[in-house]
Design a binder for this molecule. Structure first.
Ligand code: AP5
Length: 224
């Protein structure tokens, strides 16, 4: 695969419902594009683990499958984007989640061009992916009981950390998260069709094929 190099910061948003594969693809894209993957969900889970201000405030909402209040997410994200590794661009996974967050984001990046990759998968596949997900307690790497099982049961292939099921991956909470997506996040599709380089990608294939499809779209933005 060719190397990617851009004269302007490459700002990518991965959009899509819970369990569609945003995190999985973001990890692979990060390696290909050499820009950081920033997941607001991972940032919150890290803060929860370390019992920080952000973690304590977000806990209740996350456990119920609800979106955390905008001000809190925005402050946490702003701090992350200030770091030097974001100068060449970044891949956002899990942000924005509603129109006000998208408007806030446009403001802080001073209306720079954004590329949005909207991943699409049928609901029955989403549920299968979410309920079989396993996450590493130490490095947050993601596996799946059936689709991407770890080499050794319960142990992370990358750092030997212990694998666990996320609290919000239980069926009752998953339904609430899907509803939050339908009501608050899905309207971003129409918003970004007007306000970005917008591409929809079929997320039901294996991750190598999805990555290839996304990279072919990203290549096109150089020529616009
Ligand atoms: P967050 O962590 O962002 O969760 P999410 O959007 O619900 O997304 P997921 O992490 O569930 O799914 P994913 O698309 O990344 O899928 P993955 O790659 O892991 O948010 C959690 C909570 O934090 C929210 O509910 C909210 O409370 C709060 N929050 C976060 N950001 C916020 C914001 N901006 N505003 C307000 N609140 C916010 O894949 C899923 C599984 O499928 C894995 O097991 C994987 O191995 C498998 N898989 C992936 N791709 C494939 C494939 N192609 N084929 C087969 N299996 C696959």
């Amino acid at each position: 695969m060719a190397n990617f190099s851009y004269s302007k910061p490459l700002i990518i948003i991965l959009l899509g419902p819970p369990g569609v594969g945003k995190g999985t693809i973001a990890v692979a894209l990060e390696k290909k594009l050499n820009i950081p993957h920033i997941s607001t969900g991972d940032l919150f889970r890290e803060n929860l683990k370390n019992k920080t201000f952000f973690g304590e405030k977000a806990k209740n909402y996350m456990e119920k499958g609800l979106l955390v209040p905008d001000e809190l997410v925005e402050e946490m994200l702003y701090k992350r984007l200030k770091k030097e590794d974001c100068n060449k661009g970044f891949i956002l996974d899990g942000f924005p989640r509603n129109i006000p967050q998208a408007q806030y984001f446009a403001k802080i990046i001073k209306n720079k061009k954004i590329t949005v990759i909207n991943l699409e998968v049928k609901k029955n596949i989403l549920i299968e992916r979410i309920t079989g997900r396993l996450v590493c307690k130490k490095c947050q790497a993601t596996f799946h009981k059936t689709f991407y099982p770890p080499k050794k049961e319960g142990i992370c292939d990358l750092c030997q950390g212990e694998l666990y099921q996320r609290n919000d991956d239980k069926v009752e909470v998953v339904n609430k998260r899907l509803l939050e997506y339908e009501n608050k996040t899905k309207p971003l599709i129409e918003f970004y069709k007007k306000n970005s380089n917008f591409y929809s990608v079929d997320g039901s294939f294996d991750k190598e094929k999805i990555l290839k499809d996304i990279l072919s779209k990203i290549k096109q933005i150089e020529f616009k």
